[in-house]
Design a protein around this ligand. Structure first.
Ligand SMILES: [Zn+2]
Length: 345
């Protein structure tokens, strides 16, 4: 079963999350593989989408947003689009659009450990340094006029050098958006998508759960020695360990010399279990077809005898024949039903 664990370091302004997705991640891959039009994702896309899925669950758990957290990649290479959506209850769905294959004859400016990677962002989504990653917070109950919040980051660092690992893209984003040091370790294979997040808490104010000493100069990016030490330990975690070991073993292996305490679920903070769920529905698809307009809908019917719409996330197929389609555009013309003669007085 998929699981999320929270932990902190006693007396230190550092907290962490560990996410291990199994059944829900396998469901994402299974549904894609069952799609006769697309077939399964290439291995590199599976690796990246798995890391994105683990990261989106980590971020949603970390900020507890009442709505959907949507992590997207808009690629300038063969991976055109990748989307992971995680709701407040940690139900999730994910999809990606792949067109063609990477041109691997292009020389890489960096040469990261291929074993640890499985993909390079510059092959798949950042061929011309124009790929982007977007993080959207879409509120469940927006107040009037409230728009979703969106942050966008490129796949290059402050000096313009390409970033090859997705976890570094998000570290960059979180440092900018939350002004908090964050360390991420992500990994995925076809059975497990997993992630570890370590974050420095502001040493002043409510956020300091550890109750450590309050020093104003600690509340600055990159200066906290406790965070730096724990971050270095976290970065020693290998993909094989993150994917293969039980969560307790991961925490023990990394932090056995630290006072790392796993937080047990409480009434106020119950354990949430990530699961696969798709929010598509006949109603939404009908609205989309209405949005196409009657003329366009009729021309598709004339050509193919039906309108067929497949959900990119779950693979469900929605079918509309000529009668169904006509009904979509006739609803506004429905006349009040005349009274039956025998009911007349
Ligand atoms: Zn669906």
């Amino acid at each position: 079963m998929s699981e999320v664990h929270k932990f902190l370091f006693e007396g230190l302004p550092v907290r962490g999350l560990l996410v291990k997705l199994t059944d829900c991640w396998q469901e994402v891959l299974k549904r894609r593989a069952a799609n006769k039009d697309t077939g399964a994702y290439p291995p590199e896309v599976r690796a990246l989408l798995g890391e994105m899925t683990a990261a989106a669950v980590l971020m949603q758990t970390n900020i507890k947003f009442n709505g959907a957290l949507v992590l997207q990649i808009f690629g300038d290479g063969p991976l055109k689009l990748a989307v992971v959506e995680v709701q407040a209850d940690l139900s999730l769905r994910a999809t990606a659009k792949v067109v063609g294959e990477p041109n691997l004859t292009v020389a890489h400016s960096v040469d990261p450990d291929p074993q640890a990677l499985g993909y390079q962002l510059s092959d798949w989504v950042n061929v011309r340094n124009q790929g982007k990653c977007a993080i959207t917070l879409d509120p469940k109950d927006p107040f009037p006029g409230q728009q979703p919040y969106q942050g966008v980051v490129p796949f290059f660092d402050d000096l313009g050098a390409p970033i090859e690992r997705f976890q570094e893209v998000l570290e960059h984003y979180m440092l900018q958006s939350e002004q908090l040091d964050t360390t991420l370790v992500l990994a995925s294979n076809d059975d497990v998508a997993a992630g570890l997040l370590i974050q420095r808490l502001p040493s002043l104010g409510m956020g300091n759960l550890g109750g450590g000493k309050v020093l104003q100069d600690e509340d600055q990016i990159g200066l906290n020695e406790d965070f730096k030490r724990i971050s270095i330990l976290a970065k020693t975690l290998t993909p094989a360990e993150l994917l293969g070991l039980a969560p307790d073993e991961v925490l023990h292996r990394l932090f056995w010399e630290e006072r790392c305490v796993k937080l047990e679920p409480t009434v106020d903070a119950p354990a949430l279990s990530p699961r696969f769920a798709c929010s598509c529905s006949k109603e939404r698809v009908s609205r989309m077809i209405q949005g196409l307009g009657e003329e366009e809908a009729n021309s598709i019917i004339a050509e193919r005898n039906e309108i067929e719409v497949g959900c990119e996330f779950c693979g469900r197929q929605y079918h509309y024949d000529a009668v169904d389609a006509a009904a979509l555009f006739a609803t506004s013309l429905v006349l009040p039903r005349p009274a039956e003669p025998d009911q007349m007085h």
